[in-house]
Design a protein around this ligand. Sequence first.
Ligand code: GLV
Length: 329
Amino acid sequence: MQKILVARSIFPDVIDRLKQYFDVDWNEGDVLPADELKRRLADKDGALTAGDMIDAGVLAAAPRLRVVSNMAVGYNNFDMAAFNAANVLGTNTPDVLNESTADFGWALMMAAARRIAEAEHWLRAGHWQKWSYDGFLGSDLYGSTLGVIGMGRIGQALARRAQGFDMRVIYHNRSRVAPQIEAELNAEYVSKQDLLRRADHVVLVLPYTKDNHHTIGAPELALMKPSATLTNIARGGIVDDAALADALRDRRIASAGLDVFEGEPQLHPALLDVPNVVLTPHIASATEATRRAMANLAADNLIAGLGVGPRAGQPPNPINPDVLGKARS
Ligand code: GLV
């Protein structure tokens, strides 16, 4: 039987599925430090990860490893050049999380715009003495302009939601989406600068790459309206969190909703000191149904990628399909 490492705790019934095909080493505990990850991968043919860093050093320490299946749509934790050089297949879990993630992005954006978390903290702290006409004034979503940076499948799901709120949708993306999608979503393609100047609510849904590092930093925040909100459901590192904390503290933008952070699970301490930000622990896809779908898809990818099961050799979501069928190097 081939051997695999499941590097994170996942649904036990998915482990049972994997055990039908593999000898499973399951890490149910804390995130494995790099050395321990290398040690546990040394004799493995495959791995199921969720954000664990897999780079050339890890691959070199795991000479049998042929497939690494990430239980996430984003795979910035994989050094794909190293995967290609070693003929290791990487897979991810796109699509199954689109709607849950868009729902959550919407919730964060609304919470930021209507100051829900801030008001709740204030209430819990016992400050509520009387109703006041100017208590926690926020900004409307209805009738405002939504700016989506990253018009992939999740960005499009957000733009569809915007129609119900009578919002104007502007977007920026590496490339324009097809004209019929723009027409369906009633979405206008604009430059990043234009988007930042015009949007009332900016939502980030782009993948993290070196080129996208600090897509939103001090210069970009300076372009935004003082009344605008910023929501990040993409990846830590896309926003310069220190610059954002400064902008929030100085009210250069109104508020933010953040589900992802540079260096998470650590947060930039200044973010914890500003009241006008809603902070959540990377849970945008966290519904029971979606996390189950992601875990099962990650298992499908690993099973098929390692050449067993009903779809042997044809994993549903190969990131680098060119390596399929090539010998590990
Ligand atoms: C979550 O962040 C994912 O990439 O699926």
